[in-house]
Design a protein around this ligand. Structure first.
Ligand SMILES: Nc1ncnc2c1ncn2[C@@H]1O[C@H](COP(=O)(O)OP(=O)(O)OP(=O)(O)O)[C@@H](O)[C@H]1O
Ligand SMILES: [Mg+2]
Length: 465
């Protein structure tokens, strides 16, 4: 069942499952400890002072709290006070209270004070186990949401991702944005290198300045120098007027040197000189022009190997890679492909006024199994085409130019198909309910606990970006 696996599913280290039992009856202490020891690391306290000391020391995720604690063993004042202290100091902890059968009023009072659940004495161990497992799931989901909220606040505009590696990169970009550190973005074609460069610019103090991109691979070698540094009138045949280059145009902003691995060696030397002095001369000109720009470079070629082969200058490499991030290919980002596919499907259906489009089950399976060699760009292109050409509201693998998952190893079992359909339905319901879990559960026709279980089992996050 769900236990440690719930935590590892979310890529966080498996926590020890600490359980604190606050109970003054020695017999019950032993009975519960014995019953729960297989599933939890059990700590025992007989009064409020010991309970708070153990909270401090072990920070357990779960607490079973007897309301009848000394000095008010026959009432509930000390138990409720203990509850108040625990929930206010340890908001992540789930407290399950125990009350005598005839004390329902106290149990309800405890819930209103922040207890997660309650059970009646005498203790039914099986029932308590179910209650604790459910409380544990809530705890794991809440922790995960807290973590995601925290990261999401730091993530970058427009970048859709739930992949831990990408979120880390977003955080690095955020952290260096306000500095003038040069960033090098590596990654396969279509992984989002330019997107990261633009996000860095947007987050920086230069955001109101220009963002100027130069694609070193797209401009013929003999024109690239003039493109970058500009030229004076008459500098070469056809130079009929003075022209400012991209470097100058980026003044006060960010210069994005895309595919820098394709820059010819002679120009690499000139670029290095500029990066050292921050001064340019236009082609055919003598004037020194100081230019303040932030440099971001990108390459899908292995620059370090190129240094070994003598096709990329090592000194230039050191200038441009004060910080390097390497974007993982889409196939290595767990969960991102469907997440991005859904977001883009929505975006394109709006852009092309196609109403509500959906993926059919085979399309979802195909998207999930295809390797996406062209990464997000390919996903974007295939989706755009599918949306434009769609004549029903169901996108099929054929619309995407993908073959349905074939027979043999990739055969889609009914169970897989059901899983894909359920994931799809949950995602859509979450989106349409703005991630409100109560409403989502209602829309899906399941109870809230069932929804929580499904979210955990399918590793769906309630608030992805
Ligand atoms: N995480 C993402 N969320 C949303 N859109 C994305 C994401 N990553 C990339 N894209 C989109 O995919 C397309 C390709 O991204 P981008 O141009 O930044 O990639 P690239 O690595 O520079 O690709 P290339 O090597 O082909 O130049 C862009 O339209 C971009 O907006
Ligand atoms: Mg690019």
């Amino acid at each position: 069942m769900m236990s440690e696996s719930a935590a590892t599913q979310f890529n966080s280290p498996a926590p020890t499952r600490d359980l604190l039992i606050v109970e003054d009856d020695a017999g019950l202490q032993t009975q519960m400890k014995w019953a729960m020891a297989n599933d939890f690391t059990v700590h025992i306290a007989g009064n409020q002072t010991d309970a708070l000391a153990l909270m401090e020391r072990c920070n357990p995720a779960l607490v079973v709290l007897d309301l009848g604690l000394p000095p008010d063993a026959n009432g509930a004042t000390e138990g409720l006070a203990t509850l108040g202290n625990i929930v206010s100091r340890y908001p992540g902890t789930k407290v399950v209270v125990a009350s005598g059968n005839e004390e329902r009023g106290n149990a309800l009072k405890a819930i209103s004070l922040g207890a997660h659940d309650f059970f009646s004495k005498p203790v039914d161990v099986e029932q308590l186990r179910i209650i604790l497992e459910r409380a544990w799931k809530f705890h794991v989901l809440e922790e995960e949401n807290r973590r995601l909220n925290h990261i999401n606040r730091d993530a970058l505009q427009g970048i859709i991702t739930a992949s831990p590696a990408m979120l880390d990169i977003c955080q690095i970009v955020q952290r260096i944005a306000s500095t003038d550190v040069s960033l090098l973005v590596l990654g396969e074609s279509g992984t989002g290198k330019e997107m990261i460069a633009r996000a860095l610019h947007g987050q920086s103090d230069r955001a109101h300045g220009p963002f100027i991109a130069v694609n070193c691979a797209a401009i013929p070698d003999n024109l690239l120098e003039s493109e970058l540094f500009g030229h004076e009138r008459g500098a070469f045949t056809g130079a009929i007027k003075q022209t400012r280059g991209k470097v100058e145009q980026a003044k006060g902003g960010t210069l994005f040197l895309d595919e820098i691995g394709d820059m010819p060696l002679a120009l690499q030397a000139k670029m290095l000189r500029f990066l050292q002095s921050r001064i340019i001369q236009r082609l055919g000109g003598r004037e020194d022009i100081a230019v303040d720009v932030r440099i971001v470079s990108a390459s899908n070629r292995p620059l370090q190997e190129m240094i070994g082969q003598g096709t990329f200058r090592e000194d230039l490499f050191f200038r441009i890679n004060e910080v390097t991030v390497t974007l993982p290919p889409l196939r290595e980002r767990t969960g991102d492909t469907l997440l991005i596919a859904h977001a883009l499907l929505q975006k394109f259906s709006e852009t092309y006024k196609k109403g509500r489009l959906e993926f059919n089950q085979a399309a979802l399976a195909a998207i999930n199994t295809y390797a996406w060699p062209g990464n997000v760009r390919e996903l974007e292109n295939r989706l755009k085409r599918a949306v434009v050409l769609a004549n029903t509201n169901r996108i099929t693998p054929t619309d995407l130019g993908l073959t349905a998952a074939p027979d043999g190893d990739d055969f889609v079992t009914l169970r897989q198909a059901r899983k894909v359909a359920e994931i799809d339905a949950i995602r859509k319901a979450l989106a349409s309910c703005n991630n409100n879990l109560s409403r989502t559960a209602k829309v899906l026709g399941v109870s809230r606990p069932t929804l929580y279980t499904l979210l955990a089992d399918y590793e769906i996050r309630a608030n992805p970006r």
